[in-house]
Design a protein around this ligand. Structure first.
Ligand SMILES: Nc1ncnc2c1ncn2[C@@H]1O[C@H](COP(=O)(O)OP(=O)(O)OP(=O)(O)O)[C@@H](O)[C@H]1O
Ligand SMILES: [Mg+2]
Length: 324
């Protein structure tokens, strides 16, 4: 197992109160697995992704357990110094916009040398450059371009550079947060294909964050659906598509624009996500749920297993005095 996350909570302190962005999330990530993380804007996907690397603002509060790797070290307990040793080496992150994470006045080469030297301080510059060139080749970039600056690349190529940088030290886990959202569809498809190929070659696990269910369908072994800081469903990708259990998952699937020319009506989920400072006390989706019962507004639903899917919903737990 690569990750075992237990009851993770990430709250942000704001003037209006605590924003409960991730609120009691538990799941496991297996070796070489790709887990798609989906949900509407503001559901807590990025917070969860950054939280695993503890790249959070000082105003945040983190609790629960993030057990990483075979040794099951709890990252929640680790110091910033210890986390720095891990980031980029054992766990890497790929962001939506590579321009914000690449330094515009640093050559591509220097980005690599810096990353590599952080983890292998005694490495000779030539050896580091060799590693960088190999990584660039792996993502389809001519290694001679190692002396170019980020702005000399197109958006798609910059994302390739970012990916090469994330993979250069062969991490066990890569967290990709909307890695293709800022790219046009054709480049998007190429980058996804590349990620798929690299994942196999480098034997890594991946958490792929996206609001695009089409993207995860292509890529993910399992899909986790987040709603308002809760994980509401987790199952194998096919199960999510063909046998969704949670009403929110069903609504998300129905909101995918249909390519059928006779059905161009864009559906959306009526209502809006709740305020995460004062979320509803029962199920957070209840106010928008067509199947909501009385208990859904009163008590937080338990997380149960139904035909191999993990679901947080009262529909699958009729007895309100049940023990979960
Ligand atoms: N630094 C912060 N301080 C306070 N609140 C924050 C902070 N960062 C995020 N939030 C809030 O936490 C919640 C979750 O945000 P997050 O960015 O994790 O969502 P997301 O699912 O990644 O959304 P998107 O699809 O738009 O990227 C939102 O309500 C957001 O406003
Ligand atoms: Mg996000």
């Amino acid at each position: 197992m690569v990750l075992d996350i237990k009851d993770l909570r990430i709250h942000y302190q704001t003037r209006k109160g605590m924003v409960k962005a991730v609120d009691g999330v538990s799941f496991q990530l297996k070796e070489k697995e790709t887990l798609g993380l989906v949900g509407e804007s503001g559901s807590g996907k990025s917070t969860l992704g950054f939280g695993i690397l503890k790249l959070l603002p000082k105003t945040s509060k983190l609790s629960g357990e993030i057990l990483f790797g075979e040794s099951k070290e709890n990252l929640v307990q680790k110091s910033e110094k210890e986390m720095r040793k891990l980031r980029g080496k054992d766990i890497s992150m790929i962001f939506q916009d590579p321009m914000t994470s690449l330094n515009p006045i640093m050559k591509v080469k220097d980005h690599f040398v810096e990353t590599i030297k952080t983890h292998i301080p005694d490495i000779e510059e030539e050896k580091a450059e060799e590693m960088a060139k190999k990584a660039l080749e792996a993502v389809g970039i001519d290694p001679v371009r190692i002396n170019d600056y980020p702005f000399q690349f197109s958006g798609g190529m910059r994302q390739r550079v970012m990916i090469a940088l994330a993979l250069v030290l062969n991490p066990k886990l890569v967290i990709a947060d909307e890695p293709t959202t800022s790219l046009d569809v054709i480049v998007q498809a190429q980058i996804l294909e590349l990620l798929k190929d690299l994942k196999k070659r480098f034997n890594m696990s991946m958490i792929l964050i996206t609001h695009d269910l089409g993207v995860v369908a292509e890529m993910a072994d399992r899909i986790a659906v987040m709603y308002a800081g809760h994980l509401v469903e987790l199952a194998e990708s096919e199960k999510i598509y063909y046998e969704p259990k949670h009403p929110y998952t069903k609504a998300l699937l129905e909101s995918i624009p249909n390519t059928n020319i006779n059905d161009l009506e864009l559906r959306y989920i009526p209502g809006s996500p709740p305020d995460l400072v004062n979320p509803p006390k029962g199920c957070r989706f209840a106010p928008r749920c067509p199947f909501a019962k009385k208990i859904c507004f009163e008590k937080e639903p338990p997380t149960v297993e139904v035909d191999g899917s993990i679901v947080k919903c009262w529909l699958y737990k009729g007895d309100e005095n049940g023990d979960g």
